[in-house]
Design a protein around this ligand. Structure first.
Ligand code: NAD
Length: 458
């Protein structure tokens, strides 16, 4: 559904009227249409702010150069002067891994005080910090967490220009895990992700092959709920990365499923995942078409909203059954049968409702929060096999579901985030494609919000 305010705010004639009326003026976000590119930072003015002596500096320079950026490390003053003479920066990578005492925070101020207003529209800021949050030293733990607060605040300040700020926690031994996460967060593939922190885990071994483009070439994925808004977009996006997709949805939507599978050379599977024989049907289908799955996206989901006092039992039961019970059973079976390959990727669609709770969604929020807990624990259980398990929590996504909301609820949902707009299903599919890529091998057990830094649960 079209967003009138976004259209008016990006037309020269009407933008000023919106400002005069004090209405939000969201910036139209720049997005990518294709797969991950070999040089995503080509032609983007990129600034690396990395202090002398940083153990990450060399790797950062390598990664950014490999991504096509023509960057070098500079002091804030030089950066400011160069910016005014040559144009605004589109990408800034700030290396805060040397922050070890409170006085070091001053570098955040020194760097961003001048540069914040000098970013171009749709700019990407990525900060790096050491993850001391589980340290016994309270001061170090405080310092790590503080960078997260800074990142979220910066994200809110630059969001009105369509820009984003995100944080990557890197630990000793995870510097080599950085490449794909950094490329993703510095590129327009992550347009609707802001104010988020990704933690890199060094317990997972590096895969033999780490393709940065065509990342899923020769691989097999299963996407459930494929006929819906996010599912169809995910199937398309994974197929852009070279993956073959088993497109699963209920038999009632078989026509759309066949149509989608046709478009992407996928394999349609009409199946209700809550049926008693669903698991046997699914595993023999997987065996028939492959030697196992590389990627499984648990996307099928339903809402049956009512306040708890008015909610009929079948609303409760059906949501628990589709959104949670079926997923747990499928994974349990596929893992036992070794139908998820080593270095596989399990991705569960959670929701901001699971983080913040939502009136009338006690059933839905229970399942979506459960999936975050599941991803965290299952990730630990599967570390030895190199299988990652993550959750994606979309915020306000422009789908049939949100188009059906009452107009005022819809407007509030759209505007209450740092970017003042909803995201298309493609934004969620981008996050899934990133999580599915071999290069995301250090990201596991996490929940990544795709919400433009929505205020709910932030
Ligand atoms: P959608 O309703 O467009 O698609 C969901 C799909 O799941 C449908 O095609 C449906 O037929 C399928 N499905 C339902 N029950 C099934 C079953 N028993 N077996 C097989 N397939 C079944 O929804 P969407 O907006 O694309 O959402 C996709 C996922 O993202 C859901 O899990 C949803 O909870 C989550 N999510 C969506 C939003 C949003 O704003 N749209 C926000 C947060 C989370």
């Amino acid at each position: 559904m079209s967003d009138l305010l976004l259209t008016l705010a990006n037309r020269p004639g009407t933008a000023r009227i919106l400002k005069t009326l004090g209405l939000p003026s969201p910036t139209r976000l720049t997005r990518e249409n294709g797969g991950f590119a070999p040089k995503p930072l080509n032609e983007l003015r990129t600034l690396l702010l990395s202090p002398e002596g940083s153990p990450c500096q060399e790797e950062l320079i390598r990664i950014l150069s490999n991504a096509g950026a023509d960057q070098e490390s500079r002091s804030p003053l030089e950066a400011y002067e160069e910016e005014t003479s040559q144009g605004r920066f589109q990408v800034i990578v700030y290396d805060g891994t040397m922050i070890r005492e409170v006085s070091h925070y001053r570098s955040l101020y020194d760097h961003f005080h001048r540069l914040t207003n000098r970013l171009s529209h749709n700019a990407k800021v990525v900060l790096l910090a050491r993850d001391f949050t589980s340290e016994t030293d309270p001061e170090l733990a405080a310092l790590s967490r503080g960078v997260e607060g800074f990142t979220k605040s910066l994200a809110k300040e630059i969001g009105k220009k369509g820009s984003t700020a995100n944080l990557i926690y890197v630990n000793q031994g995870t510097d080599s895990h950085l490449e794909m996460p950094l490329r993703f967060l510095c590129s327009h593939h992550s347009a609707f992700i802001s104010g988020q922190a990704l933690r890199l885990n060094n317990q997972l071994a590096q895969p033999d092959a780490l393709p940065l483009t065509n990342t899923l070439s020769g691989k097999m994925a299963l996407v459930t709920g494929c006929a819906g808004g996010i599912g169809a977009e995910t199937a398309h996006r994974l197929s852009q990365e070279g993956c073959q997709v088993i497109c699963l949805d209920i038999p009632a939507v078989e026509d759309s499923l066949n149509h989608l599978a046709n478009e992407i050379n996928g394999i349609p599977l009409p199946l209700d995942i809550t049926q008693p024989d669903a698991i046997e049907t699914l595993s023999s289908f997987i065996r028939q078409h492959s030697d196992g799955l590389d990627v499984i996206v648990h996307n099928a989901g339903i809402t049956r909203d009512k306040s708890l006092a008015k909610m009929p039992a079948h609303y409760w039961d059906s949501v628990i059954s589709v959104n949670l019970a079926a997923i747990l059973k499928i994974d349990q079976h596929l893992i036992k049968e070794k139908l998820i390959k080593p270095e596989g990727r399990i991705i569960c669609l959670s929701s901001i409702s699971g983080i913040a709770g939502n009136f009338g969604q006690s059933n839905y929020a229970t399942t979506k929060a459960a999936l975050m807990g599941y991803a965290k624990a299952q990730a630990q259980a599967l570390i030895a096999e190199g299988i990652t398990v993550n959750a994606i929590a979309p915020g306000f996504i422009e789908t049939n579901m949100t188009a059906a909301m009452p107009v005022l609820t819809r407007e509030a949902g759209r505007r209450l985030n740092a970017l003042s707009q909803g995201g298309p299903p493609r934004d969620v599919a981008e996050a899934i494609a990133f999580m599915a890529s071999p290069g995301a091998y250090g990201v596991t057990g996490q929940t990544l919000r795709v919400c433009g830094l929505g205020i709910m649960g932030a």
